[in-house]
Design a protein around this ligand. Sequence first.
Ligand code: LCS
Length: 402
Amino acid sequence: MSGNDNHGRHTEAIHGGLDPFRFEGAVSVPIFQSSTFAFKNTEQGANRFAGKEGGYIYTRLANPTVDALQESVAAMEGGTHALATASGMAAVSAVYFAFTEPGAHVVASSAMYGPSRVILEKEFSRFKVDATFVNTADLDALQAAMRPETKLVYVETPTNPTIEVTDLTRAAEIAHAGDALLVVDNTFLSPYLQRPFRHGADIVLHSMTKFLNGHADVVAGILVTKDDDLHARLGYVLKNLGGTIDPHQAWLVHRGLRTLPMRMERAQSNAILVAKFLQSHEAVEWVNYPGLPEHPGHALIGSQMAGPGSLLSFGVKGGLEAGARVLNSVRVMILAVSLGGVESLIQHPASMTHAGMTPEAREAAGISDGLIRLSVGCENPEDLIADLEQALAWGPVNDRTA
Ligand code: LCS
C-alpha cells in the first residue's frame, strides 16, 4: 500500500510500504541482509549502474528492506521520496552538506538538538558556512535573520529541549521569499501529529531513534522530500558520504512504525495528565508544554499540529540543585537521554544533550541550568504521577535532606 490520504492513520502506519506479494506473501518485510546483489551478466550490471534497468546493486545504494521502510515513512509524511540514514545526525549532516557551500548562510532554531547546532557552528564554519541562530517561533526574528545568501531555514518544532513551537506556514513563506529551503526536523511530533509538507516544508527529517522506532533499541534517521531534484541531491550526498542505514536496523524501525499511532496517542494522553500535575505542584516553577492553554504554541493545535505530543520541559523551585534531586529520585522514569520511546525518560539538557553548547548560547536559547526535559512514555499515568510526586517531595518544599 502506498501513500493515500483517504486511509486512516492507523491503517496507513500498519500497511504503508507493505505489499506482501512483493516478497513471496511475507506479511513482515524480510530482512535482506546482503551487502551486494548478483548480476546475471555484465550487461545487466552495466545497465543497473547506468540507471537503464531497475534492480539492486549494493546495499549502500539501495536495499529492499530499506526501500520498504522509506516508502512507509514517505507515505506517512505525505512526501514522495525518503532516504533512511544510519542516525538522525547522518540525516542532519547530509542536509548541511548537500545544500551549503563557502559563503552560504543558514538560519536555524537557537534551541535545537545540541549536536545539530554544534556541527554547524564548529565544523561547517571551517568551510565558511555561516549560521544565525534565532528563536524561530518569533517570526520577526526569523525574518530579520534572513540574508541574500541564506540557503537553508532549519526549524525544529517543538524545539529540543525548550518545547517552542514555530508556525511552519509563516516560516515557509519567509524562507521561500528569500529563495531558501525550509528544512523541518519533525522528530518531536512525528508524522502522526505533524506533517510539515502541508505547511510548505521542502525537506522533513527525523531521528528515527525516537518515536518512529519507539523502543529505545535502534539509532537511525530519515530524510523525506517531495521533489525529485532535492531527493537526487540528498541521495547522491548520503550514499557517497556513507551514512546509509543497515537492513536489520531498517527492519526494526519498520516494525516499530506500525504501532506509532497507538504509542503516540498513549504517550500524549499521559503527557497531558503529567503536565497538569506538574503545573499544579507547589515545588514546580514553570512547565513548557503546548498542551497547556497558556503555551504560545497551543493555538497551532488543530491546524499545524494534531496534538501537543509527549515532550515537556519544566523547572523546579531551587534551580539546578533541586532539579538534580528530582532527577536522582525518580524510580519508574529512567534518567537517560533520548526520547520518544515507550518508556519515560528524564534528563538535564544543560549538562547532558546540550552540554556541547557554550553557556552563553544556552542562556540565549532559553536552556537554563534548571531546565528538566521529560519524554513521557506509555506507562500507566498514575504510576508516572506518583513517581514525580515522590521525586518532587525531595525538593525544597519538603526537603527530607535538610
Ligand atoms: N534531531 C533531534 C530533534 C534530536 O532530538 C536528535 C537526537 C537528533 C536529531 C539526532 O538523532 P540521532 O543521531 O541521535 O538519532 N536527540 C537526542 C536527545 O535529545 N537525547 O539523546 C539524543
